[in-house]
Design a protein around this ligand. Structure first.
Ligand SMILES: NC(=O)c1ccc[n+]([C@@H]2O[C@H](COP(=O)([O-])OP(=O)(O)OC[C@H]3O[C@@H](n4cnc5c(N)ncnc54)[C@H](O)[C@@H]3O)[C@@H](O)[C@H]2O)c1
Length: 403
């Protein structure tokens, strides 16, 4: 059992979940770490390599114990909502990989359950915690972009050969990576979406969901902002290496995501009309281009997790190590730190349940719109609850309530 300044964490699903294991193990406010996977071989392999004695093949067996303060769900998407609800109902804090859920009913259920229990819930949206997003946000906060007038978020990934459950997956139900930066930059939420599908899935790629589209393109209108967020998602039949990012345009400056991995972002700054230019005179403002190399800020992060901002070594199981890239812009240690801090202090993390719902629900509505040939679909508003985890913590209901 952990003391009041540490949290015992269980990681569920050891594919992507393995990336987070060493970060939790290193975090100074984490006590014990347990691992859960239905695949016994994977459980044994990861457990042996990272020296984890606490192993479970069934998350419900873990939830039935009186141990473990917090659970990070990284099982396949179809398990996200049900497992997250089970975690919260067991009195434990919950983090979940994206997306929060794939139905509006489940998104509402999660927001309501978090509000009722006062426990911590966060969807770990890597797209707004990476170094690239941080660099763009800094420019925007400093006024260097001016008023935003254009946004294109994109996530193109080929899922052929991925586990069977991805077959036919509606791309927009994974829109959060491509959309969330617009919402975070404008600090708002989506009111309405219009979305169309592009292309047709080949018969061998159709899945149980009935989605016919390999690609979907959505136009999202935002509350209190004139910015229109255009988002493109493609999971099949697009010949393009994986890319996940955004271009953002403003009346003072713009930033474009690198088209080639490893290249810097491109920052454009709008210039004044210049009557002295010999070729064009006053016709059209120019923009200067400056490469923008994002840096990793370490302020606010425990020194123990900063190695995970960039490439790090993991045990290879044969006494040696393997070099592993810090995926998703070095966002993992930041997300772990926000979650662990929230659990320990009894406050909600910045990416709380309402924010997670605002990132997730628009994609669900976008898919609905695409099935209705682009009919506008209103996105339900999610508003912060009057019951905060701070209040629950003050009444002693938050930490360790499962015991
Ligand atoms: N940038 C990101 O935020 C990002 C990146 C990659 C993956 N993800 C998300 O993370 C999740 C996991 O992705 P992945 O690529 O590792 O998936 P995966 O299917 O490759 O691996 C999932 C693991 O969970 C295990 N598992 C399946 N059902 C389980 C259950 N009920 N309880 C415990 N373990 C179970 C499987 O045995 C497997 O080891 C997905 O939902 C994916 O959407 C997010």
């Amino acid at each position: 059992m952990s003391g009041s300044t540490t949290v015992d964490v269980a990681i569920v699903g050891l594919g992507f979940g393995e990336d987070f294991l060493p970060v939790y193990q290193a975090h100074p406010a984490v006590g014990r770490v347990a691992i859960v996977d239905t695949d016994e071989r994977r459980l044994a392999d990861v457990g042996d390599r990272y020296g984890v004695p606490d192993r479970f093949t069934d998350v419900h067996a873990l939830l039935a114990t009186d141990a473990w303060d917090a659970v990070h769900v990284l099982a396949p998407v179809s398990f996200h909502a049900a497992l997250s609800l089970a975690v919260l109902e067991s009195g434990r804090h919950c983090a979940c990989a994206v997306p929060m859920a794939t139905s509006l009913d489940d998104v509402h259920a999660l927001v309501e359950t978090q509000a009722r229990t006062g426990l911590v819930y966060t969807m770990m949206e890597t797209a707004v915690r990476g170094r690239e997003y941080a660099a763009v946000e800094r420019l925007h906060r400093d006024g260097a972009l001016g008023t935003l007038t254009g946004y294109h978020g994109f996530h193109v990934q080929n899922l052929d050969g991925y586990p069977e459950y991805w077959r036919g997956y509606p791309p927009m139900q994974y829109a959060t990576h491509a959309l969330a930066p617009a919402l975070a930059l404008e600090q708002t939420y989506v009111e309405q979406v219009v979305c169309l599908g592009s292309g047709r899935l080949t018969p061998d790629r159709l899945g149980a969901s009935g989605n016919p589209f390999p690609t979907q393109v959505g136009l999202f209108t935002l509350a209190g902002s004139d910015l229109l967020a255009q988002v493109t998602l493609s999971f099949f039949q697009t010949a393009r290496p994986y890319t996940e990012g955004f271009d953002v345009y403003g009346d003072a400056g713009s930033v474009e995501w690198p088209r080639v991995d490893g290249d810097p972002l491109r920052h454009y700054a709008m210039q004044a009309l210049d009557p002295t230019l010999p070729d064009r005179g006053l016709r059209g403002r120019r923009s200067t281009l400056t490469p923008l190399e994002p840096v990793d800020e370490t302020a606010g992060l425990p020194v123990e997790v900063t190695p995970y901002l960039s490439a790090f070594d993991v045990p290879d199981g044969a006494g040696g190590t393997l070099r592993r890239g810090a995926e998703h812009g070095g966002s993992h240690p930041r997300l772990v730190h926000e979650f662990v801090t929230a659990c320990v202090t009894g406050t909600q993390p910045p990416l709380d349940a309402v924010t997670s719902a605002r990132f997730t629900a628009p994609g669900i509505c976008a898919h609905e719109s695409s099935l209705r040939h682009g009919a506008p679909v209103a996105v339900p508003p999610f508003t912060p609850s009057s019951t905060t985890s701070q209040e629950a913590a003050l009444s002693g209901a938050t930490k360790g309530s499962h015991r």
